[in-house]
Design a protein. Structure first.
Length: 365
C-alpha cells in the first residue's frame, strides 16, 4: 500500500477514474437506467403489492439493497402518518422502509496533510476495503456488515492508492472511524463528495442562549424549534420504539426519555452500534431492528449522557411514527439544521464538541 499519493500521482489517477466511468462495472446495474428517482430497499425484504394497501396481494418480494426505479407515487388513506406509496414494476411499495438514492460520481479532491474533511456518499452504496500486511487488500463485504450508504457522512483523512482492480483505478479516500481507529478502511474517491465548510455555518448565532429551545412531542411525533418563544422550525420525527429493548447482557431500552435536557455534544459523523471489525462472530448484523451497525450517521446532536441524539437517517422514510433505538430520527437536511442552530457552535474540523452551554430541549407526551 502506498501511504499517501503525491500530487502528480493524484492527478494521474483522478483523470483515469473519471475517464473510465462510462465503461466501468464497478457499480454493476447502476448506470443502465435513468436514476432520476430510484429507491434502495432498506430492510430485509419488502413486498410489492398489486394495489397501494397492505391488504393487497403480493406480486413479488424485493430484498435489502435492491435498487428499484420509481414511476410515480400515490397518496392513500392508510397509514395516516405516512400515506405515500410508490408505483414500481409490478405494483406498489410503501415509502416507509425505502431510501431514496441517486448515482452522482465525484471528482476526487486533495486533502491537506494533517487535516480531515467531511464527505457524504453520493452513490446508492459503496463497499469499503481495508489493508493488512497479513492479508493484503480485502473487501469488507466478506464481513456480515453493511456498505457505506448514500447520504451517510464520513471523515476523510487522506487520499491513497487502493486495491488494484480492473473495475476502478482511481484514488481512494482513507476514512477515519472513531470505532475503528486501529484499522482504517477505504472507499473510492469518486463515490464521496467533500462537503463545503459552509455546511457548519451557525444559524441565527446572535439569538441568546436563553431564547432558543427545542420541544419534542412524542405523542404527535413532532419537533418544534423556538426563538424568543416563536416557532422558527417544525417537522415530524421518529422517536424510539416505546417499551422495546435491544437485548444483550444489559437490556437497553429503546424508549426515548422524556423530560428537560440540554445539548451536550455535537458529532458531524457518528458510527453507532458495533464496529465493523468486532461483529464477525455476531452473525448477520444488518441496519434495522435485527442489528445495529450504522457507520456515518450524519449530524448527531446529543442531549443525554447515555447517547440519545437528534440525527440524520438514511435507512427509512417513515417519519411520524416510532422507529428508533431511542434517538430522534430526522431527515438529514433537517438534522443538519438542528446541528447548526443549537448551541454550542461547532468547529468545521472538530470530530466532536465538548464545550459551552447547550440549547435547552424539552421532550414530553
Amino acid at each position: 500500500m502506498k501511504p499517501v499519493l503525491s500530487r502528480r500521482d493524484f492527478l494521474k489517477l483522478s483523470g483515469l477514474a473519471l475517464g473510465g466511468l462510462a465503461f466501468s462495472p464497478f457499480l454493476p446495474g447502476l448506470t443502465d437506467f435513468d436514476d432520476s428517482f430510484v429507491v434502495r430497499i432498506a430492510t430485509d425484504e419488502m413486498p410489492v403489492r398489486v394495489h397501494p394497501t397492505d391488504e393487497s396481494r403480493i406480486y413479488q418480494t424485493r430484498y435489502r439493497d435492491d435498487l428499484v426505479h420509481i414511476y410515480g407515487e400515490v397518496v392513500v388513506e392508510e397509514p395516516k402518518h405516512n400515506p405515500v406509496w410508490y408505483r414500481v414494476w409490478g405494483g406498489y411499495l410503501h415509502r416507509g422502509r425505502l431510501h431514496r438514492v441517486r448515482t452522482m460520481y465525484q471528482k476526487p479532491a486533495e486533502i491537506p496533510a494533517g487535516k480531515r474533511r467531511l464527505a457524504e456518499v453520493t452513490v446508492p452504496y459503496t463497499t469499503p476495503y481495508r489493508f493488512s500486511k497479513a492479508r493484503g487488500w480485502e473487501s469488507l463485504a466478506v464481513y456480515p456488515s453493511p456498505p457505506l450508504y448514500y447520504g451517510s457522512v464520513h471523515w476523510v483523512e487522506a487520499v491513497e492508492e487502493g486495491p488494484k482492480m480492473a473495475e476502478y483505478t482511481g484514488p481512494w479516500y482513507r476514512i477515519y472511524d472513531e470505532l475503528d481507529t486501529n484499522v482504517p478502511y477505504f472507499a473510492p474517491a469518486i463515490h464521496l463528495r467533500i462537503l463545503p465548510l459552509s455546511i457548519f455555518d451557525p444559524i441565527s448565532p446572535d439569538v441568546p442562549y436563553d431564547d432558543k429551545m427545542i420541544e419534542v412531542n412524542l405523542s404527535t411525533q413532532t419537533l418544534i424549534a423556538y426563538e424568543y418563544g416563536r416557532s422558527v422550525f417544525q417537522t415530524n420525527i421518529s422517536s424510539g420504539v416505546y417499551g422495546g429493548g435491544l437485548g444483550g447482557e444489559k437490556e437497553l431500552s429503546t424508549t426515548t426519555p422524556n423530560g428537560k435536557f440540554t445539548v451536550l455534544d455535537k458529532v458531524p459523523s457518528k458510527h453507532m452500534g458495533y464496529s465493523y471489525f468486532s461483529i464477525g462472530d455476531r452473525g448477520d448484523v444488518t441496519t434495522d431492528e435485527s442489528g445495529y451497525v450504522l457507520p456515518g450517521i450524519p449530524w448527531s446532536t446529543f442531549f443525554t449522557p447515555v447517547g440519545h441524539a437528534f440525527h440524520g437517517t438514511y435507512w427509512h422514510e417513515n417519519f411520524g411514527t416510532e422507529m428508533s433505538h431511542g434517538c430522534i430520527n430526522m431527515r438529514t437536511n433537517e438534522a443538519n439544521w438542528i446541528f447548526r442552530w443549537t448551541l454550542p457552535a461547532h468547529s468545521s474540523d472538530a470530530i466532536n464538541n465538548h464545550y459551552g452551554r447547550g440549547t435547552m430541549v424539552e421532550i414530553h407526551y
